[in-house]
Design a protein around this ligand. Structure first.
Ligand code: NAD
Length: 348
């Protein structure tokens, strides 16, 4: 066996149906008494219900979280944190809300309790992506990792099928990149593979029947399995470029790009991707595209309003300051990859 480094994630995980009822105890166990509840405008009513349930343990609700964690929204939330003298944040929602909680924690070191309601998986990473001046940048820091995550599959029953599909493919993208990450270790590989299996099995069931509680739990389990402890490569660089500079929707962009970036790296990371390729019928790129198509995922960047000329600028930005990738990156091949994803063709 090759040498490796493994650092266990110190986050406390509570997983299971109904476990969001343990929120008050989780806040108290952190030694906190003044929780600020965060959500998107869409989940404001749920956040207010949580605020009521927290009673004396909560000082307010900030329901202004938006996609890609814009710095001005973080600053508005920080103002409320200061005014209310909050001593922790409770993030209820998907990656956008978790992102806001992380951005606050990064600047204040306040503890975070996250109750995820999508499969984005952001709650188990020490990574914060934020947007300012049209560019998305990422930072990795121990203060960003949430202290407690409460996974309650009951709260994902309301996640619309389309979002369940794209959110699941978003999590699968993390797992695929985890398999060939330079800093992968035996544990991250085991978890990434079981995460891919969990989504491959649960997503088609959810599409058929969104109320399938067992499939919902399996998908949320798949989301947790990506612990985000290992690095990211080309796939994430392209998605960050498209999201940050062209404002494409986050999970949908991951869903479109994943089969193409996996196919791009298939040969260079053949050994690392072998077990995943087996799971998807022998071809990692083609197999992921077939799954995406069969569950009604978006398949083309065209659908997000991008025009062909945008692809030139996207190729420039994505190769300007590239992340490490198993296959060397050059502008011409990234432009071709983007063209295929724009047209929505099945990768080879
Ligand atoms: P999201 O958080 O933006 O949610 C999309 C919409 O769905 C929101 O309006 C939200 O309120 C609503 N929603 C969420 N759960 C729901 C539910 N159960 N029922 C009904 N509506 C629900 O979407 P997302 O895909 O979870 O997150 C995307 C964001 O997460 C991006 O900004 C991305 O950069 C970030 N992200 C970060 C990491 C990381 O490690 N830093 C990882 C993954 C995603």
């Amino acid at each position: 066996m090759k040498s490796f480094t493994y650092s266990g994630s110190p986050a406390r995980i509570l997983f299971g149906s109904g476990r969001s009822a343990e929120l008050n105890a989780a806040v108290e166990a952190l030694g906190c008494r003044r929780a600020l509840v965060l959500a998107t405008p869409h989940q404001k009513a749920d956040a207010e219900a949580l605020f009521e349930r927290l009673g004396a343990l909560s000082v307010g609700v900030f329901a202004g979280a938006v996609m890609h964690t814009p710095v001005d929204v973080t600053e508005a939330a920080l103002k409320i944190v200061r005014e209310t003298e909050a001593d922790c944040v409770v993030s209820l929602g998907g990656g956008s809300t978790t992102g806001l909680g992380k951005a606050i924690a990064y600047r204040t070191d306040l503890p975070q309790v996250v109750i995820p309601t999508t499969y984005a998986g952001s709650e188990v990473t020490p990574i914060l992506g934020q947007t300012e001046g049209g560019r998305k940048t990422t930072v990795r820091n121990a203060s960003i990792l949430p202290e407690v995550v409460i996974y309650d599959p009951d709260l994902t029953l309301s996640l619309p099928v389309g979002m369940s599909v794209t959110s699941g493919l978003n999590a699968m993208a993390h797992a695929v990149e985890g398999l060939y990450a330079r800093d992968r270790n035996p544990v991250s590989t085991l978890m990434a593979l079981d995460g891919l299996r969990a989504f491959k099995e649960s997503l088609p069931l959810l599409v058929k029947s969104p109320d399938n509680a067992a499939a919902r739990a399996e998908a949320l389990y798949g989301a947790w399995l990506w612990l985000g402890t290992v690095g990211m490569a080309l796939h994430h660089k392209i998605c960050h470029t498209l999201g940050g500079s062209f404002d494409t929707p986050h999970a949908e962009t991951h869903a479109v790009m994943l089969p193409h970036t996996a196919a791009f790296n298939a040969e260079a990371a053949q050994a690392e991707l072998a077990a995943a390729a087996d799971l998807f019928g022998g071809s990692i790129g083609g197999g992921l595209w077939d799954l995406a198509k069969s569950i009604g995922a978006p398949l083309s960047l065209k659908d997000f309003g991008l025009v062909e000329a945008d692809l030139d600028r996207a190729a420039d930005i994505a190769t300007e300051n590239p992340y490490w990738n198993p296959r060397p990156i050059d502008r011409a091949s990234i432009r071709i990859l983007l063209q295929k994803a724009w047209e929505g063709v099945r990768p080879d």
